[in-house]
Design a protein around this ligand. Structure first.
Ligand code: PEP
Ligand code: MG
Length: 755
């Protein structure tokens, strides 16, 4: 049964569209279960009906015509109960409904299982038999397993508008959004450009081409290159491998020229498909055929074919890359998008980012925010393989993504986007205004930087300094640790650009999800492992070089602040401070003009919250890293979209921890800021002002938005909202409460699309 199941799933995954996938399912399942009928019903939420979409065994004309209301028939019973129904006498069941066009009265045994994705019923899979008996347990389990697998494919099809198209046979316009998470605010309307890992044939997206001849040429060139490689390899091994073994290379050459690979792929390309996807489909089909063969030798050939396909793909993509272009209004989409891929798109063509994985605090969304580009993260149902070239809308506030949106949706979002532009233009006027509350309390707003080599956006934002410079990025983009002089030049640029405003350079914070290519750290639990200060204290030579570079970079400017990440023990701070003092002394002895910098501790681990006062007494300031603090307090991985709904800095426990830290710093007579993403969240800022936060540091693009909130708030009102929020028991209630306050104050444009 397992082999059959795998085969069906593989075929379904290789299907061209949902229609074909359903055909494969009904045929395969009927055969595997020895049933007389297998059918799939899809749930139409608009018309409140379950619609027969594919059948093997009922009259084919009934497809699309048999429609059961939500309270009608055995199929609805399965959907309503969200569990299997297995009965031996269907026609006499009180819920049975007879449709003459199906000629169904002759089938007595009925087994229906719901197709459920993320707790939602998408349809029902049914098998029937003439015999008046129940399907056995093994058959029931088989059907449940198939339905669970089908759910993922159907969710993708629903998201891409395919289900709407199938159900209503209209123009395929999608009215249902794919749900993701807010990554960076704003509305993006544009064309999807799918990003894929270049080594993984399975992940190659479908893409249409108009110049088929050019595509065939590219395919042939790639084949020739692989053939040359194989011939060279065979020659090289001439002396070491016996002739019999080398015959394998001849077999490869034959495969490359075979009709089943070359001819079939070329035929697909001539239908308008780009070569990599045409190759993927051909190879999937062939591998499937090999897998079904009884001869183990032949089954192995599937692996050879996969290897050949990888080599062809490599050449194809090398060539494709040369003319990969990002159209105007590109929205980058992918299963996983890296900061480097994002940085590759010309800024003027990039309007949005949609990623199937990640969350608000992933580095790619932090980068999107730094660039002022709307981003949706964790859109798990994104049909990446079928989305390239389609029109899409990404709502960076709600996390909704519309693929091939209908006219109404598009018109509405165009209106919202133009309101948004108006709002942004107004907010730019705040650039040179001070960040003060209505009652005159000044709360300096600084910029987070380090992700971009260019600090211009932070400078242009009118920031009161840099509150967090993530120094790990210059380390990440190199092939080795940067030396003291190299680092000095980088830091000097930032310190000079902002002087006399303060610039907070954080010492190296690698580990966790930030790896250096030349310093791999393989751990079972990287976020609880060797990261941040733990690494640099174990490698004082790295720490000292970095601190010396920072100190020398600030020579004559005196606007340097050094920030220490991931402090979880007092002893770590004492050790780091003594190394910093050593560096100052040594440089002074060497004759450099160095002043002792201000040093601060990041509060981003629960233990540091409880010792915040003792920590604060040893340094000049505290800075709360709410990204990690939220992850460690709530035990929710900040990058995992599966648990992203549990990750919210407005969780009452996080708010209390932040509040306690602010109070602890003030008891020690030291200022405290927030430099995590919470500082750029308009709702959260209301509470931070209520807590008495001294300054905030955020993405440059959030600065004016947050300034708007602060200038329209009094400390009294903020304190009152904080009291009310702290009496609430969950993040959702707190967010709703604060959003409502922002709406009534006329600032709803900060938390949703539109003005
Ligand atoms: C934080 O954890 O809140 C923070 C600012 O640091 P990073 O996001 O770089 O971990
Ligand atoms: Mg952190």
């Amino acid at each position: 049964m397992l082999t059959t199941l795998r085969r069906i799933i593989q075929e379904v995954n290789a299907a061209r569209n949902l229609d074909q996938a359903l055909e494969i399912i009904v045929k395969g399942v009927r055969e595997a279960m020895g049933a007389d009928v297998c059918s799939v019903y899809l749930t139409d939420d608009n018309l409140l009906q379950h619609v027969l979409m594919a059948t093997e065994g009922l009259a084919p004309e009934s497809v699309g015509h048999v429609r059961l209301a939500f309270d009608q028939g055995l199929v609805s019973m399965v959907a309503n109960r969200a569990e299997p129904v297995n009965i031996d006498d269907a026609p006499n069941h009180p819920r049975f409904v007879y449709f003459p066009e199906t000629a169904e009265e002759q089938f007595f045994g009925f087994l229906g299982v719901p197709i459920i994705h993320h707790r939602k019923v998408l349809g029902v899979l049914v098998v029937q038999q003439v015999a008046a008996r129940r399907f056995d347990e093994e058959q029931e389990n088989f059907l449940i397993t198939i339905a669970a697998q089908l759910a993922g494919a159907m969710a993708h099809a629903e998201a891409s508008g395919e289900i709407d198209k199938l159900l209503s046979q209209h123009d395929g316009a999608s009215i249902r959004p794919i749900l993701g998470l807010s990554g960076a605010p704003g509305v993006a309307i544009g064309k999807a450009v799918a990003i894929y890992p270049e080594t993984d044939l399975e992940k190659i997206p479908d893409r249409n081409v108009t110049d088929m001849d050019a595509e065939i040429d590219a395919f042939n060139t790639a084949l020739t290159s692989v053939k040359q490689d194989i011939t060279t390899l065979s020659k090289r091994l001439q002396d070491v491998l016996p002739a019999g073994e080398r015959a394998l290379f001849d077999a490869y050459l034959l495969m490359l020229d075979s009709h089943s690979l070359r001819g079939v792929t070329a035929a697909r390309i001539m239908e308008g498909m780009w070569a990599p996807a045409a190759l993927r489909r051909t190879v999937d089909e062939q591998i499937q055929a090999f897998a079904e063969m009884d001869d183990p030798y032949m089954r192995e050939r599937g692996e050879d074919l996969r290897e050949l396909a990888r080599r062809i793909l490599h050449y194809l993509l090398q060539n494709a890359k040369r003319d990969l272009h990002y159209p105007p209004r590109t929205i980058l989409v992918g299963d996983e998008i890296t900061a480097a891929q994002l940085a590759e798109v010309p800024r003027e063509n990039l309007v949005g980012v949609v990623s199937a994985s990640g969350s608000r605090t992933s580095h790619v969304s932090i980068l999107a925010r730094a660039l002022g580009i709307p981003a949706v993260m964790g859109a798990v149902d994104l049909p990446v393989g079928r989305i390239d070239g389609q029109n899409i809308i990404a709502d960076g506030y709600s996390g909704n993504v519309f693929v091939s949106p209908g006219k109404e949706v598009r018109a509405e979002y165009e209106r919202l986007a133009s309101e948004e532009e108006g709002l942004n233009a107004e907010l730019v006027n705040l650039r040179d205004q001070p960040s003060v509350t209505e009652d005159g309390k000044s709360i300096p707003l600084k910029a987070n930087t380090g992700l971009l080599s260019d600090i211009t956006p932070s400078l242009n934002s009118g920031a009161d300094g840099i509150g967090l410079y993530r120094t790990e990025f210059p380390f990440m983009v190199r092939q080795r640790f940067p030396g003291e002089e190299e680092q000095l030049r980088i830091y000097r640029q930032a310190l000079m650009a902002f002087a006399p405003r303060p610039v907070t350079l954080r010492t190296l914070d690698v580990g966790g999800d930030k790896a250096l290519p030349y310093f791999p750290i393989i751990e079972d639990n990287p976020f609880l492992g060797w990261r941040g200060i733990r690494i640099t204290l174990d490698h004082p030579e790295l720490f000292l070089v970095q601190v010396r570079a920072m100190l020398r970079a600030a020579s004559g400017l005196d606007n340097l602040e050094i920030l220490l990440p991931m402090i979880s023990h007092i002893a770590e701070l004492d050790e780091a401070l003594s190394l910093i003092h050593r560096a100052v002394d040594e440089l002074q002895e060497e004759g450099a003009t160095i002043t002792k910098p201000h040093v601060g501790v990041m509060i981003e681990v629960p233990s540091a919250v409880y010792q915040a006062e003792q920590l604060a007494r040893r340094v000049e300031f505290l800075s709360i890293g709410t990204n990690d603090l939220t992850q460690y307090l709530l035990a929710v991985d900040r990058n995992n979209s599966r648990v992203a709904s549990l990750y919210d800095a407005l969780h009452p426990a996080v708010l209390r921890a932040v509040y306690d830290t602010v109070n602890a710093a003030h008891r020690a007579g030291k200022p405290v800021s927030v430099c995590g993403e919470m500082a750029g969240d308009p709702a959260a800022v209301v509470l931070l002002v209520g807590m008495g936060i001294d300054s905030l540091s955020m993405s440059a693009s959030s600065l004016n938005r947050i300034k708007w909130v602060i200038r329209n708030l009094s400390t009294d009102r903020a304190r009152q909202y904080l009291d009310e929020a702290l009496n609430m028991e969950d993040a959702v209630s707190i967010r709703n409460f604060l959003n409502e306050k922002l709406e009534t104050a006329g600032m709803g444009g900060l938390i949703r699309a539109g003005r």
